[in-house]
Design a protein around this ligand. Sequence first.
Ligand code: G6P
Length: 364
Amino acid sequence: EADLLGDYDHYMLKEMFEQPARLEDTVAYPALSDALFGDQAAEVFPAVSAVQIIACGTSYHAGLVARHWIESIAGLPCQVEVASEYRYRQSVTLANTLIVSISQSGETADTLAALKNCDRANVLARLAICNVDHSAIVRESELVFLTRAGAEIGVASTKAFTTQLAALLILTERLATHHRPDQFDAAPVAAALKDMPSAVARVLSHSDKIAALTPQFVTKHHALFLGRGIYHPIAMEGALKLKEISYIHAEAYPAGELKHGPLALVDSDMPVVAVAPNDELLEKLRSNLEEVKARGGQLFVFADEAAGFKPGPGIEVIPMPHCSELVGPVVYTVALQLLSYHVAVGKGTDVDKPRNLAKSVTVE
Ligand code: G6P
């Protein structure tokens, strides 16, 4: 195993740095077509009237990001649910639903069971977005899109997640082509898929800058992650990474909910990480952050270089490349991966094999 690590201290670090190449592989198609999802896709995609995503853990967060894309770009209603809940709940499936399962391993017991037990009368087809060909989830599905993350060894998922996002953006493009033929402009999506690898490489080159923040986290027991809109699931994924490998309790909130509870917890022992890309919600986020500052909270703002966030007492600003809502979720994720990695190393935890967790949960 040591040989495979090369110059890296951990598989997680190696896998984070593989992301530009793995993303490039995942989107390496001369042209996007329905056939990338299987023979039946050309028949299924135009007939879809709703999307239901099911997944667990980090893959669930990819689904939450995709919901924003599928609803705003393709105009189709999209629901997302953790598989362990979906499988037992008496939910209502809309007619002509496309079930989308997202799974790195393709073997997660809850996701597989949810797929097997879905309401077949209203389900048009089941699509697996998966990193392992011939896995149980792939075999159970009519349609498949394989991410090309390569083998992921670190228990905390990194490159599997970002390649899932790329795959889900391709799916969005396909659905939008069929469902918004007049309004949909494919060019920004194509540009985003092309830009992802280099944007991620730029964030990775700031690894040392992010590592410099770790002394301010290693002594803490809690952290809050804030994001709005499509960046709320990115905040959730950032919080999950920190929990998984550094054992610091972390919670993510959509920034607008701050005043409805978590603000009571904010003091100088509670670092607050904010994902602040330069989109239309920025002004709102900015006032949420003022509330944190006023209560003595230490703020770490990952902000678009163009957003004009100024560092100062109690506020660290980590500049991020300017990017669209199509590339941003991938880019900010990588920054938060680096943050939790460096904090975990600072705490001396077993980064690649965190206590109590398994890479793949094949039993309930
Ligand atoms: C486990 C892993 C997570 C993963 C989740 C879902 O909890 O530790 O990293 O996100 O399972 O796994 P899947 O293989 O279905 O994506």
